[in-house]
Structures are given as C-alpha cells and as structure tokens.
Design a protein around this ligand. Structure first.
Ligand code: ADP
Ligand code: NA
Length: 330
C-alpha cells in the first residue's frame, strides 16, 4: 500500500457529535478514505483524564463509533477501532514519557488552559501526560500525516520532537508525521454567539446543533439563530458573522457554493434563509440518525466490527512496539 498513511482520533465525550465535529473533522475523514491508508479511532483513553462515569463512557464510545459508521467511515476501507482495545498505546506512551522532559511537557498550552479551569492542584497527571499518549497514538502507526486543527499544532510538534529524539537515541524507528490541514475545513460558529466556535463544552444548548438530537428541536434552534439588524443576505464574516455562519453551514450541507446561495437569496429575508436551512439540516441528519440507531441496535455486529478493527490496528501497532522494546533493551 503506497498511499500516505493518516491517523486521527475523536473523543467519546458526548452523547452526540455536533455539526462542528462533522464539518470540521469527520467529513474530511470520510473523504480521505479515497486517497489514504486511514486509521481512525475513538480515543477513550484520552476521555478519562478529567473524571468520568464508567457506564456513560462505555455508551458514548459505542454511540461515537455508530455515528462514524453512519457518516460513512467504511471499516472495510479504513481501520476503525477503539483506542483502549490496542494496549500498545499505553505501552508506547510509557516509553515516550521517559524521554520527555518535565519542562518540555510543562510548556503545553492546552494543559495550562485546562488545568487552570479545573484548578492546577486537582488536575490529573493523565491530563498532564496526555500529549505524550497522543504522540504514541500517532507514532505507533508510522503515520505520514495527521489532520490537525490549530489547537493541536503544539502537540504534533512534540510528537515530531519525540520521534526524532527516539530515532537519534536508539536508532531509526519512527516516521516523522506531518501536519495536514485540509482545505475544505469549515469552522462552525455558535448559533447564539457567532463570535465563538460551536463547542460542546462552551456553547449554550441553543447554540449547539447536535446530530442525534430531536430534529424539530434543531430546526427551532436554526430558526432562532442570532443574526444582525440588517436585512441583506451577504457573506461577510467580519460584519455579519451570524448570517455568514448560516451560509457556511448551508453550503457545506447542500454542496452549493456560497456565491450561488447569496445570488439565490438576493431580495429575500433572514427568515427565508433560516427556514430553508432548517430543512436542509433535517434532511441531512434524518438518514444519519437512522443509520446510527441501526448500528446500535445490533450490538453483536458492532462488537464483531470492533474486534476486526482492533486486530487490524494491533497488527501494525505490535510491530512498532516490538521494535521499540528491542531498541530500548527490553
Ligand atoms: P469541542 O470543541 O466541541 O469540545 P472537540 O475539541 O472534541 O470539540 O473537537 C473534535 C473535532 O471536531 C476536532 O477535530 C475539532 O477541530 C472539530 N471541531 C470541533 N468544533 C468545531 C467547530 N465549531 N468547527 C469546526 N470544527 C470543529
Ligand atoms: Na474542545
């Protein structure tokens, strides 16, 4: 297989993905299956760094998996698995933590932000070493490219530093992964506060469009989205962030260009745009919700798929770990 290998993960930290997760991440995962040897995982090890409930985590991991399948991740073309099913992640994480400087890890800004929110004394050591586990996630599969957002750049730099350091200390073992920022990535904004991104942790319930929620509720949220006091439907993210966000979503879900939409809505009002977008959104989520439920309704089939995914992932991960163990003297 000469296609570039890509790896990406998503946390099972909610009962539903939101539209930002799909348009900003998962939609690209689906596309990359055509040109890449793709490894996609639900990162449950990462989901326990800040306290959790066991049953909730188990349910969210499965519902995340089912949604990925419903969105079009195809386990016969990609390797789709749950991180904790592959023990090599934690094993390589330990080795890498022993070549990471304490000061180096302390400079990770995401840890500083998150631990400041939780209270530094209360933050877990797992939250602190999280970027090292992330490095292990990537390096185990010898990934060539990792699709990342801006907020993950520093972690990818750490991954590259650790790979280089290990290769230098113990002999060439790891591929150096490149950051890959897909062109078509849309940044989706909060419907109620279009100066902030749509986010499960910071958006208000009415600002967040969840894929699995009641469709009438989603339609209502779209119809009550914050716009501005003007009347013209124009794409102007600076001065009209609310309307522009609706146009971005409309374009992404319908495949129509923004210019085409602006032309089509010339002379019409915000109400017309919202009403039509609500319909487009409902048409989009209806089959996704049905497919997700179908996957969840057949636990034995889902388990079988997960076992195959874990086996495919371990075939690669165990080879890398064996080389690492050999190199460090185990
Ligand atoms: P959240 O901000 O809701 O906690 P995560 O940080 O778990 O979301 O993000 C998971 C993936 O979804 C990441 O790849 C991230 O870049 C993408 N993503 C999250 N929110 C948005 C958004 N509003 N617009 C575009 N992409 C997003
Ligand atoms: Na986040």
């Amino acid at each position: 297989d000469r296609r570039p290998r890509v790896l990406s993960g998503i946390q099972p930290t909610a009962d539903s993905f939101h539209l930002g997760n799909y348009l900003g991440a998962v939609r690209n995962w689906v596309t990359m299956q055509d040109t890449c040897d793709a490894y996609y995982m639900v990162v449950d090890l990462h989901a326990i760094t800040a306290g959790h409930d066991a049953k909730v985590l188990r349910d969210r991991t499965r519902v995340s998996l089912a949604q990925l399948l419903a969105f079009g991740i195809d386990p016969t073309r990609s390797t789709l698995f749950i991180q904790s099913h592959v023990p090599e992640h934690a094993q390589l994480g330990w080795v890498l933590s022993c070549i990471t400087g304490f000061g180096e890890a302390s400079r990770m800004t995401q840890f500083k932000d998150k631990s400041a929110k939780q209270g530094a004394e209360r933050s877990s050591v797992g939250l602190f070493t999280y970027p090292i586990l992330q490095a292990a996630d990537i390096l185990l599969y010898q990934a060539d490219a990792v699709p990342v957002g801006e907020d993950q750049r520093q972690h990818l730099e750490l991954t590259r530093d650790l790979a280089q350091r290990f290769n230098h200390l113990f002999g060439k073992t790891f591929t150096l992964p490149e950051a890959y920022i897909p062109k078509a990535t849309a940044k989706i904004l909060d419907l109620q506060d279009p100066t902030a991104k749509m986010s499960k942790s910071s958006s208000s319930p009415t600002g967040l469009l969840e894929i699995m929620e009641d469709k009438a509720r989603s339609a209502k949220k779209i119809k009550s989205a914050v716009t501005d006091t003007g009347r013209e439907i124009l794409f102007d993210p600076e001065d009209k962030p609310g309307v522009s966000n609706l146009l971005t979503i409309y374009s992404a879900l319908s495949g129509r260009t923004i210019e085409d939409l602006v032309t089509a809505y010339a002379g019409k009002g915000y109400g017309d745009l919202k009403k039509d977008l609500a319909e487009v959104f409902v048409d989009f989520v209806t089959p996704i919700q049905a497919a997700t439920r179908e996957y969840l309704d057949d636990p034995a089939q889902l388990d079988k798929m997960l076992a195959i995914g874990a086996e495919k992932a371990r075939a690669v991960a165990s080879q890398t770990l064996a080389a690492v163990y050999d190199h460090v003297g185990f």
